[in-house]
Ligand binder design. Structure first.
Ligand SMILES: C[S@@+](CC[C@H](N)C(=O)[O-])C[C@H]1O[C@@H](n2cnc3c(N)ncnc32)[C@H](O)[C@@H]1O
Length: 252
Protein backbone atom coordinates (compact mmCIF):
# COMPACT_ATOMS: atom_id res chain seq x y z
CA UNK A 1 0.00 0.00 0.00
CA UNK A 2 1.31 3.44 -0.83
CA UNK A 3 0.88 6.58 1.27
CA UNK A 4 -2.37 7.58 -0.44
CA UNK A 5 -3.90 4.09 -0.12
CA UNK A 6 -3.20 4.30 3.61
CA UNK A 7 -5.07 7.63 3.73
CA UNK A 8 -7.99 6.05 1.87
CA UNK A 9 -8.19 3.23 4.42
CA UNK A 10 -8.09 5.63 7.37
CA UNK A 11 -10.84 7.80 5.90
CA UNK A 12 -13.03 4.77 5.16
CA UNK A 13 -12.58 3.75 8.82
CA UNK A 14 -13.47 7.19 10.05
CA UNK A 15 -16.59 7.41 7.90
CA UNK A 16 -17.69 3.97 9.18
CA UNK A 17 -17.67 2.33 5.75
CA UNK A 18 -17.22 -1.41 6.01
CA UNK A 19 -18.56 -4.69 7.31
CA UNK A 20 -21.68 -6.12 5.76
CA UNK A 21 -22.37 -3.09 3.56
CA UNK A 22 -23.42 -2.84 -0.08
CA UNK A 23 -21.12 -0.33 -1.73
CA UNK A 24 -20.43 1.17 -5.13
CA UNK A 25 -16.89 2.17 -6.14
CA UNK A 26 -17.57 4.68 -8.91
CA UNK A 27 -14.72 5.23 -11.37
CA UNK A 28 -13.05 2.13 -9.96
CA UNK A 29 -10.24 2.16 -12.54
CA UNK A 30 -7.80 -0.69 -11.88
CA UNK A 31 -9.73 -1.74 -8.76
CA UNK A 32 -7.36 -0.71 -5.96
CA UNK A 33 -10.17 0.87 -3.94
CA UNK A 34 -12.63 -1.86 -5.01
CA UNK A 35 -10.31 -4.45 -3.47
CA UNK A 36 -10.02 -2.42 -0.25
CA UNK A 37 -13.80 -2.17 -0.06
CA UNK A 38 -14.31 -5.88 -0.80
CA UNK A 39 -11.98 -6.80 2.08
CA UNK A 40 -13.80 -4.40 4.40
CA UNK A 41 -17.36 -5.49 3.68
CA UNK A 42 -16.44 -9.14 4.31
CA UNK A 43 -18.40 -12.15 3.03
CA UNK A 44 -21.74 -10.65 4.12
CA UNK A 45 -21.36 -7.51 2.03
CA UNK A 46 -21.13 -6.74 -1.66
CA UNK A 47 -19.26 -4.23 -3.82
CA UNK A 48 -20.01 -2.96 -7.31
CA UNK A 49 -17.10 -1.45 -9.16
CA UNK A 50 -18.21 0.79 -12.02
CA UNK A 51 -16.12 2.40 -14.71
CA UNK A 52 -16.80 3.70 -18.20
CA UNK A 53 -13.54 2.22 -19.47
CA UNK A 54 -13.71 -1.49 -20.37
CA UNK A 55 -9.90 -1.81 -20.33
CA UNK A 56 -9.78 -0.57 -16.72
CA UNK A 57 -12.50 -3.04 -15.74
CA UNK A 58 -10.38 -5.87 -17.17
CA UNK A 59 -7.44 -4.79 -15.02
CA UNK A 60 -9.74 -4.60 -11.99
CA UNK A 61 -11.16 -8.06 -12.76
CA UNK A 62 -7.69 -9.58 -12.81
CA UNK A 63 -6.82 -7.89 -9.52
CA UNK A 64 -9.96 -9.16 -7.77
CA UNK A 65 -9.57 -12.67 -9.18
CA UNK A 66 -5.98 -12.78 -7.95
CA UNK A 67 -7.11 -11.58 -4.52
CA UNK A 68 -9.83 -14.27 -4.38
CA UNK A 69 -12.52 -11.63 -3.86
CA UNK A 70 -14.53 -11.93 -7.09
CA UNK A 71 -17.46 -13.64 -5.37
CA UNK A 72 -18.33 -10.45 -3.50
CA UNK A 73 -17.71 -7.98 -6.35
CA UNK A 74 -19.58 -7.13 -9.57
CA UNK A 75 -17.73 -5.04 -12.13
CA UNK A 76 -19.97 -3.07 -14.43
CA UNK A 77 -19.35 -0.73 -17.33
CA UNK A 78 -21.38 2.22 -16.14
CA UNK A 79 -21.34 5.84 -15.09
CA UNK A 80 -22.82 7.69 -12.12
CA UNK A 81 -26.40 7.23 -13.30
CA UNK A 82 -26.35 3.61 -14.39
CA UNK A 83 -27.04 1.48 -11.31
CA UNK A 84 -28.37 -1.94 -12.28
CA UNK A 85 -31.70 -2.84 -10.60
CA UNK A 86 -30.12 -5.49 -8.34
CA UNK A 87 -27.52 -2.98 -7.17
CA UNK A 88 -29.94 -0.46 -5.72
CA UNK A 89 -30.13 0.38 -2.01
CA UNK A 90 -26.41 1.04 -1.60
CA UNK A 91 -25.16 1.84 1.90
CA UNK A 92 -22.43 3.94 0.38
CA UNK A 93 -20.79 5.20 -2.78
CA UNK A 94 -17.04 5.74 -2.79
CA UNK A 95 -15.06 7.48 -5.53
CA UNK A 96 -11.38 8.30 -5.65
CA UNK A 97 -10.01 10.78 -8.20
CA UNK A 98 -13.15 10.63 -10.32
CA UNK A 99 -15.36 13.59 -9.42
CA UNK A 100 -12.86 16.06 -10.83
CA UNK A 101 -13.30 14.50 -14.28
CA UNK A 102 -17.07 15.13 -14.34
CA UNK A 103 -18.18 18.09 -16.40
CA UNK A 104 -20.84 18.83 -13.77
CA UNK A 105 -19.85 17.26 -10.41
CA UNK A 106 -23.10 18.37 -8.73
CA UNK A 107 -25.20 16.62 -11.40
CA UNK A 108 -22.99 13.53 -11.04
CA UNK A 109 -23.58 13.46 -7.28
CA UNK A 110 -27.31 13.94 -7.77
CA UNK A 111 -27.36 11.02 -10.20
CA UNK A 112 -26.29 8.70 -7.34
CA UNK A 113 -29.24 9.70 -5.17
CA UNK A 114 -31.88 7.20 -6.39
CA UNK A 115 -29.67 4.15 -5.84
CA UNK A 116 -28.46 5.18 -2.39
CA UNK A 117 -30.50 4.21 0.67
CA UNK A 118 -31.76 7.05 2.89
CA UNK A 119 -28.92 7.85 5.33
CA UNK A 120 -26.38 6.24 2.97
CA UNK A 121 -22.94 7.77 2.51
CA UNK A 122 -21.11 9.32 -0.40
CA UNK A 123 -17.35 9.52 0.16
CA UNK A 124 -15.13 11.21 -2.42
CA UNK A 125 -11.40 11.42 -2.38
CA UNK A 126 -9.87 14.07 -4.63
CA UNK A 127 -6.30 15.17 -5.22
CA UNK A 128 -5.79 18.90 -5.66
CA UNK A 129 -2.95 20.43 -7.62
CA UNK A 130 -1.96 22.28 -4.45
CA UNK A 131 1.72 21.77 -3.87
CA UNK A 132 4.52 23.21 -1.78
CA UNK A 133 8.13 22.67 -2.68
CA UNK A 134 10.88 23.58 -0.29
CA UNK A 135 11.66 27.09 -1.62
CA UNK A 136 15.37 26.53 -0.81
CA UNK A 137 15.62 23.42 -3.00
CA UNK A 138 16.12 23.19 -6.74
CA UNK A 139 13.75 20.48 -7.99
CA UNK A 140 13.37 20.91 -11.77
CA UNK A 141 12.42 17.28 -12.50
CA UNK A 142 9.67 17.35 -9.88
CA UNK A 143 8.35 20.59 -11.38
CA UNK A 144 8.43 19.11 -14.88
CA UNK A 145 6.60 15.90 -13.95
CA UNK A 146 3.98 17.86 -12.06
CA UNK A 147 3.49 20.18 -15.01
CA UNK A 148 2.80 17.16 -17.26
CA UNK A 149 -0.03 16.10 -14.95
CA UNK A 150 -1.39 19.62 -14.68
CA UNK A 151 -1.33 20.14 -18.46
CA UNK A 152 -3.08 16.80 -18.98
CA UNK A 153 -5.84 17.64 -16.50
CA UNK A 154 -6.26 21.11 -18.01
CA UNK A 155 -6.44 19.57 -21.45
CA UNK A 156 -9.23 17.26 -20.27
CA UNK A 157 -11.16 20.09 -18.62
CA UNK A 158 -10.79 18.49 -15.17
CA UNK A 159 -11.52 20.48 -12.03
CA UNK A 160 -8.03 21.04 -10.64
CA UNK A 161 -9.31 22.09 -7.23
CA UNK A 162 -12.14 19.60 -6.75
CA UNK A 163 -11.04 19.02 -3.14
CA UNK A 164 -11.81 22.64 -2.30
CA UNK A 165 -15.19 22.27 -3.98
CA UNK A 166 -16.31 19.06 -2.24
CA UNK A 167 -18.35 20.73 0.50
CA UNK A 168 -20.16 22.99 -1.96
CA UNK A 169 -20.80 20.16 -4.44
CA UNK A 170 -22.21 17.81 -1.75
CA UNK A 171 -24.42 20.58 -0.37
CA UNK A 172 -25.75 21.69 -3.76
CA UNK A 173 -26.50 18.07 -4.63
CA UNK A 174 -28.66 17.74 -1.48
CA UNK A 175 -26.36 15.74 0.83
CA UNK A 176 -25.63 16.54 4.49
CA UNK A 177 -21.87 17.03 4.81
CA UNK A 178 -20.19 15.19 7.70
CA UNK A 179 -16.55 16.04 7.10
CA UNK A 180 -14.06 17.39 4.61
CA UNK A 181 -10.43 16.80 5.40
CA UNK A 182 -7.11 17.15 3.60
CA UNK A 183 -3.74 15.56 4.15
CA UNK A 184 -0.49 16.27 2.41
CA UNK A 185 1.21 13.63 0.31
CA UNK A 186 4.73 14.44 1.51
CA UNK A 187 7.80 13.23 -0.37
CA UNK A 188 11.07 12.97 1.54
CA UNK A 189 14.46 11.91 0.14
CA UNK A 190 13.52 8.32 1.13
CA UNK A 191 9.88 8.18 -0.01
CA UNK A 192 8.85 5.47 -2.39
CA UNK A 193 5.53 6.96 -3.58
CA UNK A 194 5.09 5.48 -7.09
CA UNK A 195 5.06 8.56 -9.33
CA UNK A 196 6.54 6.59 -12.24
CA UNK A 197 3.64 4.12 -12.10
CA UNK A 198 1.17 7.02 -12.25
CA UNK A 199 3.01 8.57 -15.20
CA UNK A 200 3.20 5.19 -16.99
CA UNK A 201 -0.58 4.81 -16.54
CA UNK A 202 -1.31 8.19 -18.14
CA UNK A 203 1.47 8.05 -20.77
CA UNK A 204 -0.93 7.39 -23.68
CA UNK A 205 -2.81 10.57 -22.75
CA UNK A 206 0.40 12.61 -22.30
CA UNK A 207 1.58 11.49 -25.73
CA UNK A 208 -1.81 11.98 -27.38
CA UNK A 209 -2.00 15.60 -26.17
CA UNK A 210 1.60 16.26 -27.22
CA UNK A 211 2.72 16.94 -23.65
CA UNK A 212 5.56 14.43 -23.95
CA UNK A 213 6.99 12.88 -27.09
CA UNK A 214 6.80 9.12 -27.64
CA UNK A 215 9.78 7.44 -25.98
CA UNK A 216 10.94 10.69 -24.32
CA UNK A 217 10.34 9.45 -20.77
CA UNK A 218 11.89 6.33 -19.28
CA UNK A 219 9.35 5.43 -16.61
CA UNK A 220 11.60 2.61 -15.39
CA UNK A 221 14.11 5.22 -14.28
CA UNK A 222 11.77 8.03 -13.28
CA UNK A 223 11.26 7.20 -9.58
CA UNK A 224 15.00 6.71 -9.16
CA UNK A 225 15.74 10.08 -10.82
CA UNK A 226 13.14 11.88 -8.71
CA UNK A 227 14.52 10.36 -5.52
CA UNK A 228 18.06 11.31 -6.56
CA UNK A 229 16.93 14.88 -7.10
CA UNK A 230 15.34 15.01 -3.62
CA UNK A 231 18.42 13.41 -2.07
CA UNK A 232 20.83 15.81 -3.73
CA UNK A 233 18.76 18.75 -2.52
CA UNK A 234 17.96 17.13 0.85
CA UNK A 235 14.41 18.18 0.06
CA UNK A 236 11.04 17.37 1.56
CA UNK A 237 8.04 18.62 -0.37
CA UNK A 238 4.27 18.47 -0.56
CA UNK A 239 3.62 16.63 -3.82
CA UNK A 240 -0.13 17.19 -3.63
CA UNK A 241 -2.91 17.86 -1.20
CA UNK A 242 -5.25 14.89 -0.85
CA UNK A 243 -8.83 15.72 0.13
CA UNK A 244 -11.57 13.44 1.33
CA UNK A 245 -15.11 14.43 2.10
CA UNK A 246 -18.12 12.44 3.10
CA UNK A 247 -21.79 13.23 3.39
CA UNK A 248 -25.10 11.45 3.86
CA UNK A 249 -28.27 11.31 1.86
CA UNK A 250 -30.92 12.73 4.22
CA UNK A 251 -32.86 9.95 5.94
CA UNK A 252 -36.34 11.31 5.09
C1 LIG B 1 -7.80 8.61 -12.04
S1 LIG B 1 -8.69 7.15 -12.30
C2 LIG B 1 -8.95 6.65 -10.61
C3 LIG B 1 -9.15 5.16 -10.45
C4 LIG B 1 -9.44 4.68 -9.05
N1 LIG B 1 -10.63 5.30 -8.49
C5 LIG B 1 -8.25 4.92 -8.13
O1 LIG B 1 -8.22 5.89 -7.39
O2 LIG B 1 -7.34 4.08 -8.18
C6 LIG B 1 -10.30 7.73 -12.81
C7 LIG B 1 -11.21 6.64 -13.31
O3 LIG B 1 -12.54 7.16 -13.39
C8 LIG B 1 -13.15 6.65 -14.57
N2 LIG B 1 -14.27 7.56 -14.89
C9 LIG B 1 -14.21 8.86 -15.29
N3 LIG B 1 -15.46 9.36 -15.45
C10 LIG B 1 -16.32 8.36 -15.13
C11 LIG B 1 -17.75 8.27 -15.10
N4 LIG B 1 -18.53 9.30 -15.44
N5 LIG B 1 -18.30 7.10 -14.71
C12 LIG B 1 -17.53 6.03 -14.40
N6 LIG B 1 -16.17 6.07 -14.42
C13 LIG B 1 -15.57 7.21 -14.77
C14 LIG B 1 -12.03 6.60 -15.58
O4 LIG B 1 -12.33 5.73 -16.66
C15 LIG B 1 -10.86 6.13 -14.71
O5 LIG B 1 -10.75 4.73 -14.71
Amino acid sequence: MNAVDLMTGQWLDEAGIGRGQRLLDIGCGPGVVTEMLARRVGPGGHVWGADIDAGMLNVARRRLDAAGLSDRVDLIQAGFDAAPEDAKGWDGVVGRRVLKYQRDPVAALKALFPALRPGGHVLFHEHDMVTADDPRADLPLHRTVRSWLRQMLEHEGAHLNMGHDLHRAFTEAGYKVEKVEARANVLTPDSDYPIAQIIAGVMPRLERYGIVKTGEVDTELLDHSLRQERRRAGATLVWELVFCGWARKPAD
